[in-house]
Design a protein around this ligand. Structure first.
Ligand SMILES: [Fe+2]
Length: 155
C-alpha cells in the first residue's frame, strides 16, 4: 500500500520502459479524434478526456516490458481537467507526447480535493508511473495535452 502524500509513490520515473520511436506514434490531434473514444463517446470535438487504443505495432513494442497483459492508449485533453480519481485503475504509466503548455503540472490532492499534496511537471517523452487512485488533475493547459498511457488489461 502506498502512503498518501508520499511523493515517491505518487510519481516516479519508469526507466524500464524505453523511449518510443517516432514512427510508432501519432501526434496529429485531428487524426486521433477520428478514432473511437474509449472513455466517453459523447461526440464532442474537444473532449476534456479522450482515449483511444494505440495501433498493434506500438502495443506489441511495449508489452514485452511487462510480465502481465497491458493495454496502451492515447489520452488527449483539450480542456481543463478537474480533480478526480481514475475509474478502473489504481496506477498507470504515462509518456507525454504534447505537454499542453510550457509548465503543465500534474497535481495530487488530499481526500477532500482542496489541498495540493504534491505536484510535478512530468518530463516530456519520459515514462513515469502515476498513482491515480488519489485525487489528481493537471494545471491549466493552453493547447492539447497528449500522452500514452499503459495500464493492466481488464480481461
Ligand atoms: Fe486521471
Amino acid at each position: 500500500m502506498h502512503k498518501k502524500g508520499n511523493p515517491m509513490k505518487l510519481f516516479e520515473l519508469s526507466n524500464f520502459i524505453p523511449s518510443i520511436p517516432k514512427n510508432l506514434v501519432i501526434t496529429d490531434i485531428e487524426e486521433l479524434y477520428k478514432r473511437p473514444n474509449a472513455f466517453d463517446d459523447s461526440g464532442e470535438w474537444d473532449w476534456w478526456y479522450f482515449s483511444t487504443k494505440v495501433d498493434n505495432e506500438l502495443q506489441d513494442f511495449l508489452q514485452p516490458y511487462f510480465n502481465y497483459p497491458v493495454e496502451v492508449y492515447y489520452q488527449l485533453s483539450g480542456r481543463q481537467l478537474t480533480p478526480h480519481i481514475d475509474q478502473g485503475r489504481t496506477f498507470c504509466y504515462n509518456y507525454t507526447l504534447l505537454s499542453g503548455g510550457p509548465d503543465v503540472k500534474t497535481r495530487w490532492y488530499d481526500d477532500n480535493m482542496e489541498n495540493i499534496i504534491y505536484e510535478i511537471t512530468a518530463p516530456i517523452s519520459t515514462w513515469h508511473r502515476l498513482q491515480v487512485d488519489v485525487p489528481h488533475d493537471i494545471s491549466e493547459i493552453e493547447s492539447h495535452r497528449l500522452s500514452l498511457t499503459i495500464q493492466a488489461a481488464t480481461k
